[in-house]
Ligand binder design. Structure first.
Ligand SMILES: *[C@@H]1O[C@H](CO)[C@@H](O)[C@H](O)[C@H]1NC(C)=O
Length: 226
């Protein structure tokens, strides 16, 4: 219980105080070693998945069936600012700002789905989500501005990276995932699944509270169907 509350509180405090952790970011990027299952998921609930393939610099997961509480689209130039805006809406939701006045435990990861702008000075569109805890899935509280989405079986190509996520890192990490997938059967499936999009939609998953400095785990996700 204490861990959950600390996670929620520290997340909020940092979102509100807009700390940048400038010098930490570089140190983390150099020292972090990433391996598979995010350690945060030993402490707070995460949606379950199976790893169906481990490649060079990526893995392919299948999420069988997961339920997400998602904000309305948020238009912003900055990934960090858009995520903060969305997280504050979700924070309000889990603190009881919903039709049942029900408090809900925080889970990990927090997802930010990015529909990148198609011009250099345009805003991107962000959808921020967290997974609904198992105990609330039978009857998730409705709330204005929050949509509950149930994913069917969903494939995800995943690249992990460390540190505090900065705006400048997101596109670079997504490009790195794209490049490590190129020429694979997964790459074809991803292209097919995203065929209708003007710019390719992808997701950033963040697992840690902002006051954890060591072994921070973030992921780029490309969702697709097979
Ligand atoms: C997902 O579904 C498959 C096939 O039904 C099953 O073998 C697997 O254990 C499930 N994985 C999880 C994480 O529930």
């Amino acid at each position: 219980m204490a861990v959950f509350n600390l996670f929620k509180l520290s997340m909020l405090l940092t979102l509100l105080s807009d700390l940048k952790f400038g010098s930490q970011t570089q140190k983390q990027k150099e020292s972090v070693t990433l391996a598979g299952f995010p350690p945060q998921c030993n402490r707070i609930e995460c949606p379950t998945y199976d790893v169906v393939y481990s490649g060079d610099g990526y893995e392919i997961r299948v999420y069988n069936s997961s339920m997400w509480a998602t904000t309305s689209p948020i238009d912003d130039i900055s990934f960090v600012d858009g995520t903060r805006t969305g997280f504050l809406q979700l924070f309000n939701y889990i603190q009881g700002g919903n039709s049942y006045n029900q408090q809900i435990e925080m889970t990990a990861p927090v997802l930010t789905e990015i529909a990148p702008s198609d011009g250099p000075f345009c805003e991107s569109s962000f959808l921020v989500s967290f997974s609904v805890p198992k105990k609330n899935q039978a009857n998730p509280p409705p709330a204005t501005g929050i949509t509950i989405q149930k994913w069917g079986q969903t494939y995800v190509a995943v690249r992990q990276f460390g540190g505090f996520v900065a705006d400048s890192m997101v596109g670079v990490e997504a490009a790195a995932l794209s490049s490590s997938l190129s020429g694979t059967v997964w790459s074809d499936a991803i292209k097919k699944s995203h065929a209708g999009e003007i710019t390719t939609v992808y997701t950033v998953a963040q697992y840690n509270s902002p006051f954890e400095f060591d072994n921070r785990v973030n992921e780029i996700w490309f969702k697709f169907n097979m």
